[in-house]
Design a protein around this ligand. Structure first.
Ligand code: ATP
Ligand code: MG
Length: 420
């Protein structure tokens, strides 16, 4: 093993690819920021019970994937495996739901940790951008979130993604379905672990990826046939609203998702260029979660989009983001005196809001011009002893190749004019 190696299942973001990650986070959050969602940040770890109760004792996330630790003081903590439980905990702690302004709409961006078997698109450290709308039961809110995620992906230039939609019912109709499903599943030929799952969380058996299990599920009772009238009407309204917005989706009766807290609207974004790790994001309504973690009744809905897989999806579709060069002006000093003078100009440019960089380390003209090119700067400022003696700097337009001598005292103003 090399000394310089990130831990298994993790990777570093380094330039230039890191710029794409930043742009993706920016693009996913932009529609949220424009739609009344406020930024929230919570700690990277929480008390372990929050996830045990909030994500669900029977989920893979809690039973297998969570990084747990005991602090020196004896506290049981877990690195956060997902965002929703933390965001809801923080909103309750800050009493945001009592400010008389429901729904509380929040967005977040951060690192999440799951002890998984690493493979393409599946890591032990990954990043998500998410949104939660807390405290309101309104199909328009579910529709808003689906439409904003669709808008985010489209703004990135992604086209080969699909939206899968389902309703999981509520506390009235889901238990009836659950029992019918259990009765059906108990008669199948399944292994011990799956049999246990039937008793704890039968809906998750529907999500089993194995072909021999899926084959036996063809005639499983369908949740759709058990939805109560209120859930049916709610779901139809969500479908009508996103259809009216021109968002294309597919009804997927088998979509259940891996977390226990979902009710009613459930959706997943999948990308067809990603192989088996095809889910780029998912979410849904979680009307019971607040009570599960000890809060008041606060019907809510949200989603989380995976940044890593979104970047892989861009690469799979061959989408190159149009990222503007980060440096506008690159200064190349030739000699000691020029270093001091040009560094002064660079500082002045930066203070005027013009992105500027500098050839450090007293490099020769040729090497420094190479760096200038690589920086993507539109202009280069070059000055040597003779220029300084004449009180000028050479301003080179890197696109046209045209070079003009500009009085030193006017260099920053001249550039500000050109960028203005
Ligand atoms: P999967 O079915 O792929 O395990 P999930 O249902 O566990 O996904 P969620 O908990 O809904 O995923 O998280 C939302 C998004 O976060 C996923 O759609 C995915 O893009 C991303 N994600 C989840 N786990 C990982 C991981 N281990 N590595 C990279 N991205 C992940
Ligand atoms: Mg998972």
């Amino acid at each position: 093993m090399s000394t310089f190696q990130a831990p298994k299942g993790t990777y570093d973001l380094t330039p230039p690819r890191s710029a794409t990650f930043l742009a993706v986070r920016e693009a996913i959050s932009a529609p949220l920021r424009d739609s009344g969602y406020g930024y929230i940040e919570t700690p990277g770890f929480e008390n372990v019970e929050l996830f045990a109760r909030g994500v669900g004792e029977s989920t893979d996330i809690v039973t297998k994937e969570m990084y747990t630790l005991t602090t020196k003081g004896g506290d049981q903590l877990a690195l956060r495996p997902e965002g929703t439980a933390s965001v809801l905990r923080a909103a309750l702690e800050a009493n945001l739901h009592k400010a008389g302004n429901l729904p509380v709409k929040l967005w977040y961006s951060g690192s999440y940790y799951r002890y998984e078997r690493p493979q393409a698109g599946r890591y032990r450290h990954f990043s998500q951008v998410g949104a939660e709308a807390i405290g309101t039961e309104d199909p328009v809110l579910d529709a808003e979130l689906i439409i904003l995620a669709d808008q985010a992906y489209r703004s990135l230039g992604l086209r080969q993604f699909r939206i899968l939609l389902n309703s999981l019912g509520d506390k009235e109709c889901r238990p009836v379905y659950r029992e019918a499903l259990q009765t059906f599943l108990r008669d199948l030929d399944l292994d011990e672990e799956t049999r246990r799952r039937i008793e704890i969380n039968p809906l998750r058996v529907l999500d089993d990826k194995r072909a021999d299990v899926q084959k036996q599920l063809t005639d499983a009772p369908k949740l759709r046939d058990y939805l109560c009238d209120a859930c049916k009407a709610y779901h139809e309204e969500v479908r009508a609203l996103i259809t009216a917005a021109g968002v294309v989706f597919e009804d997927d009766e088998k979509l259940v998702r891996g977390l226990d807290y979902y009710t009613r609207t459930t959706f997943e974004f999948v990308h067809d260029g990603l192989g088996s790790q095809s889910a780029v994001g998912g979410g849904g309504r979680y009307d019971g979660l607040s009570e599960m973690i000890g809060g008041p009744e606060l019907p809510s809905v949200g989603w989380a989009l995976g940044v890593d897989r979104t970047v892989l999806a861009l690469e799979a579709e061959g989408v190159e983001l149009d990222l503007p060069a980060t440096t506008s002006v690159y200064a190349v000093p030739l000699g000691e005196e020029a270093r001091r003078v040009l560094f002064g100009v660079v500082t002045e440019l930066r203070r005027a809001g013009i992105a500027a960089d500098f050839a450090f380390g007293g490099r020769g003209l040729k090497g420094a011009m190479k760096s200038a090119n690589r920086s993507g700067a539109r202009y280069t400022l070059v000055a040597g002893e003779r220029d300084l003696a004449e009180g000028v700097v050479q301003l080179k337009d890197m696109e046209s190749g045209e070079q003009t001598a500009v009085p030193l005292t006017e260099a920053a103003a001249e550039l500000a004019k050109r960028f203005g």
